[in-house]
Design a protein. Structure first.
Length: 577
């Protein structure tokens, strides 16, 4: 078995806290119970009628899967992976839209004992390359639409051996044959037709009995410096997902649950797939993106009872629908949840008035792996607050020395690292892992305060990470893409307030002498970044300038740029929609 201890280098205090709880969590060491996929699918598959997934495509086509169906399909998938030589603790990634193949691939990889990571399909080639190279991925599942992006970078990925293409039909097979020819510059990479592999694979597979501490997920998160970092999670995460799905989401057998987040985001992976399945609760998945009218139709037609989404989407829904929404609607909603950024009292009031159900804002991070502070049923809601710590979570506001602060004082939001869901560390970034801990606390890098009744209130990020559409965008990642454009000599990126997306990306750019400030050039540069990274990371405002504020050591002073943005408007600044 490949060990990842050297890659993550978990902080000694965090490792010690987890060791102390390990026997309690594993029930005396019964490791077989800790294959996350076995807990999520196999345990419910004996009931052949128990619904697990309702999926709807953008063209209206619908498919339903029971736990029995997904158990057999994921078993075929696991056998196909095994036949290709994939093994325990190998890294397997997906670059696929929200299709049934994705929801079979995730548990299949875990049944094999491999670790799985999900890439957003709107990532460009460089964003894909960074993550696959860092993780040392051996296999990627994709489709014909995104296959060219993989082929363009596979020659720079020495660990990559297999690409599986999920599309079916003659056109897809023709695209695969063409890809196999194009892959000549990647002689060690084989391109396979997934449908063909599954046809010959057995529907019987015994999940690998993994240790609770073995890696299950790679979730990449952006920071203020350096490239995206892979947060590594263990199979024992299931304990906290079950606990929070019960206490916070209040999921029951009678629920039909829709988490709108893509599995490329930790919310979509943990609470869009595994938490509900661990509870035996069916999920609804829509292949497409946000459309207010379409989403309301789906909500009503499928009789969704529990809805988990971001504040950005709730705000967009409020703008699109206003007060004229539910007069002739027959919704079945019981609860709405929101995560990713602070939810304002205005949006909460609108949603509760419009849908007639409670709205619960909550808080957690990629690194915590599960909900840690939450508004939830049974706890009086303070609108605008983060809520109270979830049962089993020790949270506090601390100072720079790790001392707890009294109510009303602003400090760092911190969590005791005793959670089975807390990340093992950042893959290949041991220094960054160690920097997350202080005096026996995990530091969230968010600032907040505690009131006298025990509610937490968010104040601000403690770094320069940009929160846009509930996703985190790292300035360095965008600046690197900007500097690759031939016109850009220097660049600095900040987040500026946005009423819909919380923040938007703004870039300050110094041009090479041969180029002149112009809207056309700003649009060209933005399109270039969009193609390399993603629409969320694309600058929506570009300001050309002659210099950038820096410290004596050369670090860009983004705080000064934010002040500059607030205080003055340059004729060389261009808004890009």
């Amino acid at each position: 078995m490949t060990t990842d201890a050297a890659h993550t280098n978990t902080h000694p205090h965090a490792a010690g806290c987890w060791s102390a709880r390990r026997r309690e969590v594993t029930g005396g060491g019964n490791v077989a119970t800790f294959n996350l996929a076995a807990n999520a699918l196999t345990r419910y598959a004996h009931d052949r009628a128990r619904l697990a997934l309702i999926w709807e495509a953008t063209n209206g086509r619908r498919e339903t899967f029971t736990f029995f169906d997904l158990e057999r399909l994921s078993n075929r998938f696991a056998n196909a992976l095994d036949a290709l030589g994939l093994k325990r603790q190998d890294r397997i990634f997906t670059l696929l839209k929200r299709t049934p193949a994705l929801y079979a691939a995730l548990p299949a990889a875990l049944k094999l004992g491999a670790a799985v990571g999900v890439l957003f399909t709107d990532f460009g080639p460089e964003a894909i390359r960074q993550r696959l190279a860092d993780a040392g991925a051996r296999l990627v599942l994709t489709d014909t639409r995104h296959l060219p992006k993989l082929l363009s970078v596979c020659g720079t990925l020495p660990s990559l051996e297999h690409i599986l293409v999920a599309d079916a039909g003659d056109e897809a097979r023709a695209a695969i044959r063409e890809a196999q020819a194009v892959a000549g510059n990647c002689p060690d990479v084989r391109v396979h037709d997934l449908e063909t592999l599954l046809e010959s694979a057995s529907p019987a597979f015994t999940p690998i009995a993994v240790d609770a501490d073995e890696t299950c997920f790679f979730v990449y998160t952006s920071g203020t410096t350096g490239l995206p970092k892979g947060a590594v999670h263990r199979h024992a995460i299931g304990e906290r997902l079950i606990a929070t799905a019960s206490e916070v989401l209040a999921l029951e057998d009678s629920d039909l649950y829709w988490c709108t987040a893509d599995p490329g985001w930790v919310t979509g992976l943990c609470y869009g797939v595994f938490a509900p399945w661990l509870m035996g609760c069916p999920v609804f998945v829509y292949e497409g993106e946000f459309e207010a009218a379409r989403w309301l139709d789906l909500l009503e037609r499928h009789q969704i009872t529990c809805w988990y989404m971001t504040p950005t989407l709730l705000r967009l829904l409020m703008r699109a629908c206003g007060e004229e929404l539910t007069d002739q609607r027959d919704f079945a909603l019981r609860r709405i949840y929101s995560v990713g950024e602070p939810l304002t009292a205005e949006v909460i009031e609108w949603a509760e008035r419009t849908f007639g159900v409670p709205v619960y804002d909550n808080y957690w991070q990629t690194e915590t792996g599960s909900l840690v502070i939450a508004n939830r049923p049974g706890v009086p809601v303070r609108r605008g607050s983060m809520g109270k710590p979830v049962t089993g979570v020790a949270a506090a506001i601390i100072d720079e020395h790790g001392q707890e602060l009294p109510a009303g004082m602003i400090g760092d939001i911190a969590i005791r690292p005793t959670l089975s869901s807390l990340f093992k560390g950042y893959w290949n970034f041991p220094e960054a892992t160690r920097a997350c801990f202080r005096a026996g606390w995990y530091i969230t890098r968010d600032r907040g305060r505690l009131d006298h009744e025990g509610y937490f209130w968010f104040v601000a990020r403690d770094d320069d990470v940009i929160t846009c559409e509930a996703q985190r965008v790292g300035p360095f990642e965008v600046e690197t893409a900007l500097l690759a454009h031939p016109a850009v000599a220097e660049a600095a990126v900040i987040g500026v307030p946005d009423q819909v997306t919380t923040e938007r990306v703004k870039a300050y750019i110094i041009l090479h002498d041969a180029y002149t400030s112009a809207r056309e050039l700003a649009e060209e540069i933005a399109a270039y970044v969009r193609a390399q990274l993603s629409p969320v990371a694309c600058p929506r405002e570009i300001e050309f300038c002659d210099n950038l504020p820096r410290t004596r050591t050369g670090k860009i002073q983004r705080a000064l740029l934010r002040e500059q943005h607030e205080q003055q408007r340059s004729e060389r600044a261009f808004s890009l929609e």
